[in-house]
Design a protein. Structure first.
Length: 112
């Protein structure tokens, strides 16, 4: 799935994020790279910030490249993102995913 129109970028991001399996996470940069927009991690973040009113988009599964819950402030409560991830079996310590490599889902390799 390669993004062809800038106006559809957010929707392309949402389609990828909907495919992240329960108990897995990906990074803003991994989504951007998959969509052919390497270097646009911040734009993926903006898409995630705009998605919180849509319960079909599991935005809590998108974190930064180091596994930090950088988007947690957009989930209503400061710990809501952490609670959502913990409910999926992901351990969090100091706002960071433990065993990040184990939980990481890379759309570029998973969605061939």
């Amino acid at each position: 799935m390669k993004s062809t129109q800038k106006s559809n970028f957010f929707e392309d991001v949402y389609q990828v994020v909907k495919l992240i399996p329960r108990g897995k996470v990906t990074s803003y940069g991994a989504v951007a790279t998959y969509l052919g927009a390497k270097g646009s991690a911040r734009m993926v973040g903006w898409a995630m910030n705009s998605s919180h009113t849509n319960p079909e988009i599991p935005a809590h599964r998108v974190v930064n490249r180091n596994g930090l819950l950088t988007g947690k402030f957009h989930f209503g409560g400061l710990n809501q993102m952490q609670h959502l991830l913990e409910n999926e079996g992901i351990e969090i310590e100091d706002n960071k995913i433990k065993n990040f490599d184990f939980h990481f889902w890379n759309p570029s390799t998973e969605l061939l």
